[in-house]
Structure formats: C-alpha cells, structure tokens
Design a protein around this ligand. Sequence first.
Ligand code: ADP
Ligand code: MG
Length: 251
Amino acid sequence: MIDPILDVRGLTKSFGGLVASKNISLDLRPGEIHALIGPNGAGKSTLIKQIAGGLRPDEGSVFFDGQDVSPLSTASRARLGMGRTFQISSVAMEYTVLQNTVLGALGHRGNTFRFFNRVMKDTELLATAENALEQVGLQEFRTFRTSDLSHGQRRQLEVAVALTLEPKAFLMDEPMAGLGAEGSHRLIGFLDALRQKAPILLIEHDMDAVFTLADRISVLVYGEIIASGSVDEIRANPDVRSAYLGEESVE
Ligand code: ADP
Ligand code: MG
C-alpha cells in the first residue's frame, strides 16, 4: 500500500469540559480527496488546526511525509509542504492579486509598504508567484485589486498563495463557503484537478461538492469519527443518515 502523506494518530483535545476531538485517527493518501463532514460544532476546524500546528492536542500525533511533525510550528509544517486554505479568507483585500501571491511566496504578512516595494522587484519571488497564478488560472487578473475578484476567484487566489510553498498536501476548511452555484461548480472542477498535484483533506458543508469530489469521506460528530468510507458507503450508512444527512435535508 502507498504510504499516506498525512497520518493523524489519536488526536484528543478538550476545551474545559468539552471534548472537541476524541481520539481521532485518519490519513490522506497521494492523489485523493478525503472529505471530512459533520454538523456545525462537530470539531472539524479544531481538528484542522491541530493538524496544521495552530492548536496543540492534549494527546496524539501528526505524521507528515513520513515525519512526526507534532512538535513543529505552523510555519515549519508549511515549509515541509502542508498547504492550507482557511474558513475565513486570509488574503488582503487592498493588495493586488500578484502582491498577495508574492507575499505568500515570501511567507510573511503585514510588511510595511516600503519593504513591500523592494519585495515586488525580487525576480525569483515574482516568478514563483506568477507560476502559481497561472496554475490556478488567475494570471490575467494579476493586476486586479483582490477586492475586485469574485468570491470564487479569491478562493483560487488562496490556493495560489498556498501553491507558492509547493505543498505536498492541502488542508481546506470550507472552500465553497459563500460561493454561488457557478462559483462552486468552477471550484469543484479546479479541486478535482488539483488532487493530482497534492491530495486534499477537505472540510465541506456543500454535500454536492463532497459527493462529487471525495474519494473517501469521514464523518465527525461530537468530536468523534462515526464512519469513514467511500461515497456510496457513507450515503448508505444509517448512523450517518440519522446523525448528519437527515439533519441536512431539513435545513
Ligand atoms: P466545526 O468546525 O465542526 O463547526 P469547531 O471545531 O469550530 O467545529 O468547534 C468544535 C467545538 O469546540 C465547538 O463546540 C466549539 O464551540 C468548541 N471550540 C472551538 N474552539 C474553541 C476554543 N478555542 N475554546 C473553547 N471552545 C472551542
Ligand atoms: Mg468550522
């Protein structure tokens, strides 16, 4: 069997009396999209934060590309190739598309503008940024202010920013959030192709997107994975239907 790129083992995290992650184990293999679904408050974002290094688990470990990254910071994990997009967009609206991507390539945020001007003349950084924009199809929007992009394009820009670090895998927290039907449709096509470059652990509420994209689905309810399997297995699972899919259908 091919080794997983990401291997999460027994993560447990409590906030006071609330157990937000209960002994969670899952993995991500090359070429796949592994979707993580579950109702609001199930602990999806909390899990992603622990994998990315922003939140320290009480127990358990995270292996990435064969290495135990549990003691490492978010920045170190990113440098090792853990790419990430956020539930709330992290790109700066006032900058241009290219500036945001260059900042991503630089791995820094919130520099002064004077410094920024110098950075924008760094040909190597620029080449990295332009290449990432081309990969997500935003090359022709490079001079646009980020605020002038559609929601969907901003999501693609976030992926471009992440691509500048040459990720070996992506963690994505609700990338479809706020997108209309057309934006979702486009992003689905984009993520579908992206999995070949880097597999994706995908948190998503949009069940059409999940059922279209996922190679595997894990279902998180009250901090626990109650089921994990193929799209067909998850669709047919009675526990999942009552705990989650049933709830979705009455929304
Ligand atoms: P999801 O992303 O699945 O909607 P979250 O991971 O955001 O869920 O939250 C899981 C649970 O943990 C929720 O009950 C939430 O209120 C709680 N929680 C998340 N972060 C914190 C925190 N920093 N302090 C206390 N409780 C938290
Ligand atoms: Mg969340």
